[in-house]
Design a protein around this ligand. Structure first.
Ligand code: IVH
Length: 717
């Protein structure tokens, strides 16, 4: 029986053998998700789905206690520490909480507390209710009232020493010195988190950085570290606190609520409520929504109030935590497994709602990526009106078979970003057709392609696509491309927004709008030099080396190195352009030649061909070439070499240098190196064991050189 079909079976119906197999599978699966959640900060499933796995595991273990495994998830807390941080042992283990998912779970919890303490039903039982913030729990050690260090929870016994990062939090969040009297040694526990608004701003900033990195990748430039776009505030807080560079943590708006005690050399209070007061007096922030609740009924009402008020809170909560108020009772109750008997977390269900999918829009990113977005009939999910949801990419739409007109189930993951979970097939309107992902860019109409092995479809209208214009212009003007001084992002955006510059060629016509620009704030009067300097910088780039010109076009995968290869191979702009146009025909001689250039290869040849296949790209390029003169790529010293402008083929193995080096040398001398011999070949250098190429050269009557002859002519001998 497969795992999934097993999992849908009632625990009561499982045989011992089946239970054992399922516990093994659950241990592995839960460990995997723990790793993704705690160490990678990249959860793959919702909290609700994770909780379901844990509950299933616990239910099976309750029925088959003999089958509880060494590596059972119920024996573990969180995950082991990530490399890079020193490990710190907690004075008292940091445990987690058992979950309640409804009134009956909660009443079962209070009943077991009463049983344990031998309290009658009429005996009053007071709790403190606190919002359960979805952040990262932290353990802070104070000695004689002074902050010593702080650690994450880690595996519950040992966490990561994140003291340096914690010290970037303001004093108002993390007191460096406790106000008033403090015990000799005390561990204070709380939650580090990010507020919703801060999270949204931070996520937008990361998404932008990721897009820029993608653009650099597109251009074949150096990348730097990967950029994580956090999916929820918990994720963002965890990623920020576990930065190896505290300067990065310092830029993130982290907050801290204190709510528990670990090791303490003296008991600072008699009740949990009293303890929270003490924390406040010491200078910590304690969640103002925390309340003392007399009896079960008041406790249940607290949960309802919090669930209703949830959306209005500035931070995300995923439930509430109930703690028995009397600390002496807490001590008597103690712990079982990984959780205290005196506290429980009431988890809110994942917020879902059904609505109708009205349309699937395709957005074009600044780098030409086509991203689908669901447009929905507005619906409230957890108090927030939702009208759009992400659909990620073409494959995801196909996998979920989402069709326009479908009724879909929406869920707000981490309470912020809505996602389409599934389609309600029973409600599919007759005639609904599978969504066809467009193969044209909705912004400019250019062909959109999806290279082999990639998930993202991209617009090929690089030079003309309005969605990509600004990004392209910034690239065009930058230092290692056209190097137009003073034409940075800010000026480009301003010129673009004013409608003066949409294509690279138009940069060279800015001077025609000088009067207009001088009328802008910050450009006229005493700032007139700004424009004068900019125009001078532009004029200075009317002639540029061909390789810079090619690189500046921002064609996908044509970074500086590849631009150089192309310039050296084709020498002149006219030749390059003509060959690129010819190469748009698959199987053409020009395409073969392009693909056979050392370092280019068929995949990059395809990108170039796609660019040149778009007539409007060609028009924009020609327009630019009327403004700018790309200089031929024959190096001065090579101009008078016997190989300048000649086509050369190396075949067989050379003695004095590798073939790669010989080819590079020939290119430096101005030659075009190709792989195959044809009528157009000028020289064939024949090394040892040369095969068919040498024969063909002889047949065509081409000039054949021995290695020694080649070295002499190249000035290497
Ligand atoms: S008390 C032994 N109080 O929830 C008691 N935890 O599921 C330990 N959490 O690891 C925790 N808000 O990260 C407590 N008011 C609160 C909390 C809270 C959020 C988190 C905490 C803990 C997890 C347990």
């Amino acid at each position: 029986m497969s795992e999934t079909s097993l999992r849908s079976r009632a625990v009561e119906a499982l045989t011992e053998e089946e239970a054992s197999a399922e516990l093994a599978a659950l241990a592995a699966e839960i460990a995997h998700h723990d790793e993704a959640y705690h160490r990678q900060d990249a959860p793959e499933i919702t909290d609700a789905a994770y909780d379901a796995l844990v509950r299933r595991n616990r239910a099976i273990e309750a029925r088959f206690p003999d089958l509880i495994r060494e590596d059972s998830p119920s024996r573990k807390v969180g995950a082991e520490t990530a490399e890079g941080f020193a490990k710190l042992r907690h004075g008292v283990p940091m445990l987690s909480l058992d979950n309640a998912f409804g009134d009956s779970d909660f009443l079962e919890f209070t009943a077991s507390v009463r049983r344990f303490l031998r309290l009658g039903v009429e005996e009053p039982l007071a709790f403190v209710g606190e919002p359960k913030i979805d952040g990262l729990s932290i353990n802070l050690l104070y000695e004689d009232g002074v902050f010593i260090r702080g650690a994450t929870r880690g595996d519950g016994m040992e966490g990561e020493d994140v003291s340096r990062n914690l010290l970037t939090l303001p004093e108002s969040e993390l007191p460096r010195r406790l106000q008033g009297l403090a015990p000799a040694r005390i561990e204070i526990r709380g939650e580090v988190f990010m507020e919703k608004a801060d999270f949204l701003a931070y996520r937008a900033q990361q998404a932008q950085a990721a897009a820029e990195r993608e653009e650099r990748r597109r251009r074949g430039e150096k990348l730097g570290p990967a950029i994580v776009v956090p999916v929820n505030p918990r994720n963002a807080a965890a990623g920020s606190l576990r930065q190896l560079d505290p300067a990065i943590t310092a830029q993130r708006p982290l907050k801290l609520f204190a709510y528990a005690m670990g090791e303490a050399s003296a008991a600072p209070a008699e009740t949990h409520a009293g303890w929270l007061d003490q924390l406040r007096a010491w200078g910590f922030r304690v969640n103002p929504a925390s309340e003392t609740l007399e009896g079960e009924e008041a406790a249940l009402a607290f949960q309802k109030r919090m669930a209703e008020g949830r959306a209005a809170l500035p931070y995300d909560i995923d439930g509430v935590v109930y703690k028995l108020d009397r600390l002496d009772w807490q001590r008597r109750l103690g712990f079982v497994g990984r959780a205290p008997r005196w506290a429980i977390a009431w988890k809110f269900p994942a917020e879902q709602a059904e609505t109708v999918l009205l349309d699937i829009e395709i957005q074009v990113g600044r780098t030409g990526a086509l991203t689908p977005r669901a447009v929905m009939q507005p619906v409230g999910v957890g108090g927030v009106m939702v009208t759009h949801a992400s659909l990620h990419n073409e494959d995801e739409i196909a996998r979920k078979d989402v069709r326009i007109g479908d009724t879909v189930v929406l869920q707000r993951a981490g309470d912020v970003i809505p996602q389409i979970v599934s389609v309600v097939l029973e409600k599919r309107p007759p005639g609904a057709v599978p969504f066809v992902f467009p193969d044209r860019c909705p912004a400019c109409g250019s062909h959109a392609i999806r290279p082999n092995g990639e998930v993202v479809k991209r617009c090929t209208g690089g030079l003309i696509c309005p969605a990509q214009t600004v990004e392209r212009l910034i690239h065009f003007a930058r230092r290692n491309a056209m190097d137009i001084e003073g034409l940075g992002e800010e000026n480009i955006q301003a010129l673009h927004d004013a409608g003066l510059v949409k294509t690279p060629a138009e940069i060279f016509r800015i001077k025609d709008h000088a009067a207009t620009i001088r009328g802008w704030e910050g450009w006229g009067g005493k700032d007139a030099k700004r424009l004068t300097n900019l125009l001078a910088a532009i004029e200075a780039r009317r002639r540029v080396p061909l390789e810079r010109f090619i690189f500046a076009l921002g064609i996908r995968r044509i970074g500086e190195a590849n631009a150089k290869l192309l310039a050296r191979h084709y020498h002149s702009f006219a030749e390059w352009r003509a060959k690129m146009v010819a190469a748009t025909t698959i199987g053409s001689e020009a395409r073969e030649e392009l693909g056979s250039i050392q370092g280019i290869g068929p995949a990059i040849a395809t990108e170039l061909a796609e660019f040149f296949a778009e007539a409007r790209n060609r028009a924009a390029l020609d327009d630019l070439a009327r403004e700018v003169t790309p200089e031929d790529a024959v190096v001065a010293a090579a101009a008078d070499s016997p190989f300048a402008g000649k086509v050369i083929v190396f075949t067989g193995s050379l003695e004095a240098m590798s073939r790669d080096e010989a080819e590079a040398q020939a290119e430096r001398l101005g030659a075009k190196v190709t792989k195959s011999v044809s009528k157009k070949t000028d020289f064939v250098v024949v090394g040892a064991d040369a095969g068919s190429k040498a024969k063909k050269a002889a047949e065509l009557g081409l000039r054949v050189l021995t290695e020694t002859e080649w070295r002499e002519m190249a000035g290497l001998a």
